[in-house]
Design a protein. Sequence first.
Length: 317
Amino acid sequence: MEQQIADTLSQIGSLSREFADKAAKGEDLRKIDYSGYVSTWIDRLIDFGIRVLIAIVLAYIGIFLTRKIVKLFRRSLARRNADPAVISFLSSLIKTLCLLIVIIIAVNVLGFQAVSFAALLAGAGVAIGAALSGQLQNLAAGMVILFTRPFHVGDWIVSKEGEGEVDSVAIFFTTLKTVDNSKIYIPNAVLMSAAVTNRSEMKLRRCQWDVGVEYDTDINLVRAALNELIQEDKRVLNTPEPLIVLREMGSSSVNVMLRAWCENSDYWALYWDMNKRIYDLFNERGIPFAFNTMRIISDKEQNAPEQPSANDNERNA
């Protein structure tokens, strides 16, 4: 193909020189034999068109076979109970390699030799390397995720880019599925450059509730009510033991803290249910919740003379 392009360019150059010479001598340009040139160009154009059609057909077949190969590979790993993150990562890697082979075959069919194509890539290597430097970092970070396994597909993780359930780990990015059924695509290098919290890795999790009551409330009544609630709920584990303490005396409330352990899968259901049960039981037993209060004293009230108390009136009488 490279030789044909060179010959075509040479013929165009020869025709241009012949056209220029005859025009300079004032000769009739219609005497130039265009038919030989046109016939050769048409033949080469037809040949190139056939090569393009073959390359398109081979590319379509290659893409089809790539999908089949990736699907068979995923099924093979799944039968061996491989980690879903490993399956996702290796599948995307094999897909990329197969598509690269398809491109090389298509370029070969077009008439460009693989050696010439490799030389072209090598010549543009610096520019390509600079452009893909971020993607190479993502690839390396994907390998780190694959071998260290800080999380697995199905785990709920929290990062600075967002939080959600791990849907897949590809060679360049990790996909998270959020609670509102959206997807977050986080580059692997960005994900591994900061702390990642895995909410699903541990079997047990600790729930915590902070309840603020008024200062004149009997704390023993509060403790008894909270203890009754956790004893009634079967999701609360006895080991580790639940904890009920007076955590702090705030500016407007006495804050009582309740901590209890549960199975990871019960965390949110227990947390939300207990919030409602605390609210209902405290209202039922007349335990007042505290809220922030502010007293505003006007200048008139501040400068008003002090009124005599009842004791002062009795002494004066």
